[in-house]
Design a protein around this ligand. Structure first.
Ligand code: FEO
Length: 405
């Protein structure tokens, strides 16, 4: 829980009343090193509206923040923009406790809330593009399917020009400062990048559609208020994050290689270093990610804009090293597009590891630049020279296929 449980004013009619989860380190497999926030907002018209709720254990924190500006019992309307439980977890209890006159969600949202909590009969589905007047405040609903779930929608408050974008433009970052202009830019960019890579990348086509759709609506935007992380209230910050989303959703790639690997007796590590040197020789960027110390969600973050994914695995017990099994399953699910790659590794007597990794890269649609490069036991100088040469092949391809930022 944060030190202060006051609501924070966002605009003339909007307060932030969410919760700060300083302790979260695992968001369904994503390492949330800096915690997160579950943002909820009050719309203070002649009647009171709550936009989204918070994860179940944080209900009281949200209620306390609401109570710092208004009696929670005065909430007449709840808008549920997204039914994933980090935003709806306490919704059934809040409905029970506050008895709002209406709970609004998209058509898919009503179905999802029924499937989660059996509260579908309490939900009033809204139509795409519908505008409702909530105590003198006009709110329009925009369906944003698969940004992040089929139920996802944005809500737009006309009077204050605020876009409530649920997971869109969000990040897992717990801060006491709730506005993007109060947080260092490098930190915002890093956490937004990590969030996009780990949550939204498999849905990049739908993010493109959402950007197009919202762009065509030509809504004047003074504030973007996501459901995680800081709120954007300056024009330059709004333009910056929307520009990053356009780039990431288009999967524009850089002349950069990520070498992800694990090692048993340092042989595969030595091969990784030699390949990395070869890539660098050609003037491309390279980052080595040993899985003994890199989390799968950090690998995902690094490949968001990388042109090459190079995978190194020893063969152990006739298969890939288990850490590679984990990370390759995860990366495959994220569906990165437009990458080249290669695999390598040391083996003792069979050598399935790098071949299995190559099969997974092929299933991911990664263009393989070479056959798996395998070395028995410990690489000698000649073997390391082959690794270096493979690196040069990868580096050349990166330099000719992708443009630097
Ligand atoms: Fe933050 Fe898709 O939930």
């Amino acid at each position: 829980m944060s030190g202060s449980l006051e609501a924070i004013r966002v605009s003339d009619h909007v307060y932030w009343v969410g919760a700060i989860d300083w302790e979260l380190r695992n968001f369904h497999g994503y390492l949330t090193t800096r915690g997160t926030t579950y943002n909820a907002f009050l719309l203070m018209g002649e009647s009171i509206t709550l936009v989204d709720t918070v994860k179940a254990p944080f209900r009281q924190e949200m209620l306390t923040r609401i109570a710092s500006v208004v009696d929670p019992a005065r909430i007449e309307t709840i808008i549920s923009n997204h039914s994933e439980m980090d935003h709806s977890g306490c919704l059934p209890q809040i409905i029970e406790q506050l008895k709002p006159k209406r709970v609004l969600a998209s058509q898919q949202g009503a179905k999802a809330l029924e499937a989660h909590f059996r509260i579908g009969s309490r939900i009033e589905p809204v139509a795409e593009g519908q505008t409702v007047n909530l105590g003198g405040l006009d709110v329009t609903f925009v369906e944003t399917r698969l940004c992040h779930w089929p139920d996802s929608m944005f809500s737009y408050l006309h009077q204050d020009r605020v876009l409530f974008s649920q997971d869109g433009f969000g990040m897992h970052l717990a801060t006491s400062e709730m506005f993007a202009d109060q947080v260092e830019r490098w930190l915002l960019d890093h956490e937004a990048d990590k969030y996009f890579a780990n949550i939204l990348l498999p849905l990049a086509n739908f993010i493109n559609k959402t950007l197009d759709k919202v762009g065509k609506l030509n809504l004047p935007l003074d504030v973007i208020a996501p459901d995680h992380g800081p709120i954007y209230r300056r024009k330059q910050d709004i333009e910056h994050i929307v520009g990053l989303y356009a780039r990431w959703a288009a999967q524009k790639r850089l002349p950069k290689a990520v070498i992800v690997y694990d090692t048993m007796w340092s042989s595969t590590a030595a091969m990784a270093a030699a390949i990395g040197d070869g890539i660098k020789t050609e003037g491309a960027e390279v980052i080595l990610m040993p899985l003994a110390s890199c989390h799968r969600s950090d690998v995902a973050t690094e490949i968001l804009e990388a042109g090459a994914l190079v995978v190194g695995t020893p063969t152990m017990n006739g298969t890939m090293f288990p850490t590679l099994g984990d990370v390759m399953t995860y990366l495959k699910g994220l569906k990165p597009k437009g990458m080249v790659g290669a695999t390598f590794g040391s083996y003792g007597w069979s050598g399935e590891g790098a071949k299995e990794a190559a099969t997974i890269l092929q299933q991911m649609g990664v263009e393989l630049l070479a056959e798996p490069l395998q070395v028995q036991y410990v690489p000698d100088e000649a073997a390391l020279a082959r690794c270096h040469e493979l690196g040069r092949v990868i580096g050349k391809k990166l330099k000719t296929s992708y443009t630097p930022r």
